[in-house]
Design a protein around this ligand. Structure first.
Ligand code: MG
Length: 176
């Protein structure tokens, strides 16, 4: 089954986007560490590891199809944010952009009658629904507890235990 140039280019762009997400979330994890919210920091670290796995899925798929992986530059991430809410609003915007990008690649695969790519992308379509829901849920929580340090403390504890869809990949490191 042919792997078209268009599909290959789009998948390489997606690979970069996933690595960029990995880097962005790692910076967010560092921000949370700097403001002593270890649960948020661990949660974002786990999220960054998920993005890395997504990137590697695209890398392997491109190679398995006989394509050529093209790594490109990634932007310096921020590790400085005004609030936890600002972090998650940016993360949600990021996930929405990723969802749109996946949809665009899917449309290309459909046009090219590239069924193998469609089958591969199905997992990501489902995954993005979960990613957006998780970020939205946490934003709802944070909005509800504005001016509530106690609430923030409880949420930090919960996220540290893998709560709220606990983005804890099976092979994630356990904090010491
Ligand atoms: Mg991803």
């Amino acid at each position: 089954m042919p792997f078209s140039e268009r599909s290959q280019d789009a998948m390489n762009q997606q690979l970069n986007l996933e690595i960029q997400a990995f880097y962005t979330y790692l910076g967010m994890s560092d921000y949370f560490d700097s403001v002593s919210l270890p649960g948020f920091s661990q949660w974002m670290f786990n999220q960054s590891q998920e993005e890395w796995m997504h990137a590697m899925k695209f890398r392997t798929f491109i190679q398995d199809r006989g394509g050529r992986v093209l790594l490109s530059e990634i932007a310096k991430p921020s590790s400085d944010y005004p609030s936890a809410l600002a972090v998650f609003e940016k993360a949600l915007g990021n996930e929405q952009a990723v969802s749109q990008s996946i949809a665009n690649i899917y449309a290309i695969a459909e046009e090219e009658k590239d069924f193998a790519s469609q089958a591969f992308l199905n997992w990501f379509v489902t995954e993005q629904v979960e990613e957006e829901k998780t970020m939205s849920d946490i934003i709802d929580w944070l909005r509800r507890m504005v001016d509530s340090p106690h609430g923030l403390f409880l949420l930090d504890e919960r996220l540290g235990q893998g709560g709220l869809s606990g983005a804890v990949p099976a092979e994630s490191e356990t904090p010491a």
